[in-house]
Design a protein around this ligand. Structure first.
Ligand code: PGA
Length: 246
């Protein structure tokens, strides 16, 4: 695990977008696993700009999303289907047949999880996984305690995550359940890029980087991953000891 620290959110986002663009140029058929949330918005914006300038094409790439709320149909304004369309997929030349987001409204959620995991396998696994990190150290919707050998499954969200994510809903809490790609599936990605910005992520980043590898801090699993890079702004890195910052 190496960490790059940037002066601010914009610089961190630019570096993350450059890394994604570089992978795409090396291999136009890269298979991506992508996050939602506020953190990756700057990266997506830059990737769209690069596409509009003709610098990159996504037409041969494959895209999976990390998670989706259970019970939300794909056209629900707070769904991650809509988030990805509005912030990324709707502005680039991605092939709709190679865009995968878990269907939160599937009649049989367990079967949907199996279908999703099989689609990742059929695509040859994930080449590049981009992650945010929750204040509690979650990755995707793998909350503290998520087994490292878990696969795509239905999970119950923690109270803190439901409160933090409530803003998208006409309610004081986000939904209680979600579908998330599992820890083992994330770990098998050939490369992981984890993005974090802001002082409210500093404790989670420090626990992941400097603490023990433990299911109680899901992101700590990445310390055992052979090819993980953290993209941090100074605020997110503010609790880290200098020794680990590359
Ligand atoms: P955020 O979410 O980017 O909105 O902070 C990150 C996460 O919960 O994984």
């Amino acid at each position: 695990m190496i960490a790059h620290v940037f002066p601010d959110y914009e610089a961190m986002s630019a570096a993350a977008a450059d890394a994604v663009a570089e992978r795409l140029r090396e291999d136009p058929s890269t298979v991506f696993l992508l996050p939602t949330g506020t953190t990756p918005l700057g990266m997506y914006r830059r990737l769209v700009e690069m596409y509009r300038r003709g610098e990159i094409s996504f037409s041969k790439a494959t895209f999976f999303n990390l998670d989706e709320y259970l019970g939300l149909p794909p056209d629900h304004p707070a769904s991650y289907h809509v988030y990805m369309k509005e912030n990324f997929y709707g502005h680039i030349d991605a092939d709709p047949d190679r865009i995968f987001v878990p269907n939160g409204a599937a009649p049989d959620p367990e079967a949907e999880c199996e279908r999703y995991e099989a689609a990742i396998r059929e695509a040859g696994g994930i080449d590049v996984c981009v992650l945010g990190i929750g204040r509690n150290g979650h990755i995707g919707f793998n909350e503290p305690g998520a087994p490292f050998d878990s696969r795509t499954r239905v999970v119950r969200l923690s109270e803190s995550t439901r409160l933090v994510n409530a803003g998208d809903f006409d309610s004081d809490r986000a939904p209680e359940y979600a579908i998330t790609v599992g820890m083992a599936t994330i770990f098998e990605s050939r490369e992981v890029l984890l993005l974090a910005s802001g002082t409210n992520k500093a404790a989670a980043v420090t626990a992941a980087v400097e603490g023990d590898v433990s299911e109680s801090v899901p992101a700590s699993m990445l310390k055992n991953h052979p090819n993980t890079t953290l993209f941090l702004d100074e605020d997110a890195a503010s609790d880290l000891g200098r020794a680990v910052v590359g």
